[in-house]
Write a protein that binds this ligand. Structure first.
Ligand code: DMJ
Length: 662
């Protein structure tokens, strides 16, 4: 059979690439021109006339409709700005507010000073107002307690920074480059926001960092150096052996410390840690984590860092871990299991029991509720609210005091008859109050349970020691009172003070004042000036005996935060400087007995032996997440540095926003 061929010759210009398809600009231009030339003169004139007509219409409509169009655009941007919310709830403080005025922001108004400058668009910063302190300052003189002179800024430096600040996030005296790929579209939109009346609130002069706060920053840097040098990306530093320990294998210390770095203004450290979160933090791991610990430290840490930085990376990570923790709630009673395998999506109780700890299942609510509010996904809040509702109705309480265990099958309390405000029950009481505050003080069952429990504490657990008559919270076991108090109980004065600040009875404040004195004495009466893990109080005066007795098994100190935490609340609400002084003593003793010269701080085994406190070779993540953060806040006189009417701290010291009724 004959085959016909057609031969086609392509010029190199026309045959481009293997596909032979030429769409080059030059080719397209030529072809259009050829088509234009083929038109008749009349056709060309009609087309030209149409173009001219359309251009004139365009100019007219632009000038007359420009303004309404602009405001329409702004409105739709405003709409997009709204965070996802649980119906009926909104933030007390919009998390992103307009920026404080810059050093030269007023110059535009003064023709003498700045004749050529057009009026400035207000620069808007990300992050809550009370954590945004003016433009970055590089040369700020330290204002000490004795130095009342004004802080001086170097104008040239400020001006330089003004120029380079276009695409940066500015916060507490520091500046970071956002990773654009992880920015929420909405946070970019927020830069267009106009100043609101709230602006005035934080345009006041920032309160300069004082000497004691500088000492906290120094302590943090020292701790961080150890972590960075020997434990980077691991859970905990072992500062003496210059190594690390792993609990969940999720960089626990680093995550716990993120918002502390933000609050302390440690820009470089924060940036470096952020990079690790972005590149190395992976939750898709075949690892068992404790639901409570990973919620308060990891989920809580990521959520608060998201709120402070408005960096979407942290919200994404929070969503990821939040979802991976959800299998814990798949139990017959809906009371969650203690452990979850975050890679496999399976959960289980500890090997020896089907019980969970009461404090653990009732101290994950602030975080999951906030995750629902941010994501618009109700499942997180539903799961934890169900636990609270269930516990509210349970029998086995003693005047509002709860046992320490709850069964995941039956949903009932177990090991009845033992009541403590220490380990395994502590944060149940803390979260009753804090959830009530978080939710805008509307959830009455939470308040009822809290008030009843404090009455229960007064009735069953309060006693006074000898000889100093210190008020303390003991324990009750099957009707027998024990004068034992965990250091963990020292969260209580702070919580009571917070309740009183939120309108609860003034008696609570009185009790808080008495209890914080006791917690301080748990440090002051000990040879190193550091509290042991557990003390026993003397109920009867004996010659030569102090109020506080320590058993050999209890004389360790894990760098815990509770007393410093309560000192912070007490100082915020009373302004009494003695609380700052007590905190200062504690910081100095941490420096004296727990600081490791090569970097980091260590827990110690013996608070009674100043010549050999027996270092344990471990720095707990809460030392950076909580203890040093509360120290820094305690020494600050700026009530807007994490304002307690806008934020509620979770039990790991991660501040989350308070919601208000819509
Ligand atoms: C922290 O993980 C939390 O504060 C928790 O509520 C109790 N224990 C430690 C600190 O002591």
């Amino acid at each position: 059979p004959r085959r016909d061929f057609i031969s086609v010759t392509l010029s190199p210009e026309e045959a481009v690439g293997a596909g032979g398809y030429n769409n080059s600009k030059a080719w397209r231009r030529r072809s259009c021109w050829r088509k234009w030339k083929q038109l008749s003169r009349l056709q060309r004139s009609v087309i030209l006339f149409l173009f001219a007509f359309l251009a004139v219409c365009g100019v007219i409509s632009y000038t007359s409709m420009g303004e309404p169009w602009k405001s329409l655009t702004n409105k739709s941007l405003d709409d997009q700005r709204t965070e996802p919310e649980i119906p009926g709830l909104k933030l007390a403080n919009p998390a992103v507010l307009p920026a404080p005025q810059k050093a030269d922001a007023n110059l535009g108004d003064n023709p003498e000073l700045s004749p050529q400058k057009p009026p400035k668009q207000p620069h808007v910063r990300r992050g809550p107002s009370n954590l945004q302190i003016k433009p970055p300052r590089r040369d700020v003189r330290l204002k000490t307690r004795h130095d009342t002179s004004r802080v001086v800024e170097e104008p040239v430096q400020a001006d330089k920074e003004e120029k380079t600040e276009k695409s940066i996030i500015s916060w507490r005296g520091a500046v970071i480059e956002p990773d654009q790929s992880t920015e929420l579209p909405s946070s970019k939109i927020k830069e267009l926001e106009k100043p609101s009346s709230v602006e005035a609130e934080y345009q006041k002069e920032p309160v300069p960092i004082n000497e004691r706060q500088m000492a906290v920053i120094e302590a943090f840097r020292h701790a961080w150096k150890g972590y960075k040098d020997f434990a980077w990306g691991h859970d905990e530093l072992k500062p003496l052996s210059k190594s690390y320990s792993e609990w969940f294998g999720l960089g626990l210390t680093l995550i716990d410390a993120l918002d502390t770095m933000w609050i302390l203004g440690l820009k470089e450290e924060f940036e470096e840690a952020r990079k690790w979160v972005a590149n190395d933090l992976v939750f898709d791991k075949n690892v068992d984590v404790n639901l409570f610990e990973s919620t308060i430290r990891i989920l809580g840490g990521l959520l608060s860092t998201y709120h402070l930085s408005r960096d979407n990376l942290f919200l994404e990570k929070a969503k990821d871990i939040g979802n991976r923790l959800m299998p814990a709630f798949k139990t017959p009673s809906k009371i969650p299991y203690s452990d979850v395998n975050i890679g496999r999506g399976t959960a289980h109780p500890p090997r020896w029991t089907s019980d969970s700890t009461v404090a653990e299942v009732t101290s994950i609510q602030l975080e999951f509720r906030e995750l629902s509010r941010l994501t618009g996904d109700e499942k997180f809040q539903k799961a934890v609210d169900e636990v609270m509702k269930h516990v509210h109705t349970l029998s086995g309480k003693n005047d509002g005091l709860v046992p320490m265990f709850i069964n995941t099958n039956s949903g009932q309390f177990t090991h009845l008859g033992v009541y403590t405000l220490g380990a395994r029950a502590d944060s149940y009481y803390e979260y009753l109050l804090k959830q009530w505050i978080q939710g805008g003080k509307k959830e009455n069952e939470l308040l009822e349970d809290y008030m009843r429990a404090i009455e229960g504490v007064k009735k069953h657990l309060l006693q006074r020691s000898q000889p100093k008559k210190l008020t303390f919270v003991g324990e009750l076991a099957h009707g027998h009172f024990s004068a034992k108090m965990d250091h963990l109980v020292c969260f209580l004065p702070g919580t009571l003070a917070l309740g009183a600040h939120n309108g609860l009875t003034a008696d609570h404040m009185k009790l808080a004042e008495a209890l914080i004195e006791t917690c301080y004495q748990m440090y002051a009466q000990v040879e190193t000036g550091l509290s042991p893990e557990i003390v026993h109080f003397n109920l009867h005066a004996q010659k030569g005996h102090k109020d506080v007795e320590i058993k050999p098994a209890d004389r360790h100190n894990l760098l815990r935060p509770e007393t410093v935490e309560s000192l912070f609340y007490m100082y915020r609400f009373t302004g009494d400087k003695k609380y700052q002084d007590w905190g200062w003593e504690i910081l100095q003793n941490f420096n004296k007995y727990t600081r490791v010269p090569t970097g980091g701080y260590t827990s110690i085994n013996n608070v009674q032996n100043p010549s050999n406190p027996e270092p344990r070779d471990k720095m707990e993540s809460f030392f950076l997440g909580e203890t040093l953060k509360y120290m820094f806040l305690l020494f600050s006189d700026d009530i807007d540095l994490v304002n307690l009417d806008k934020y509620v701290f979770n039990t790991e010291a991660h501040p989350l926003p308070i919601w208000v009724p819509a």
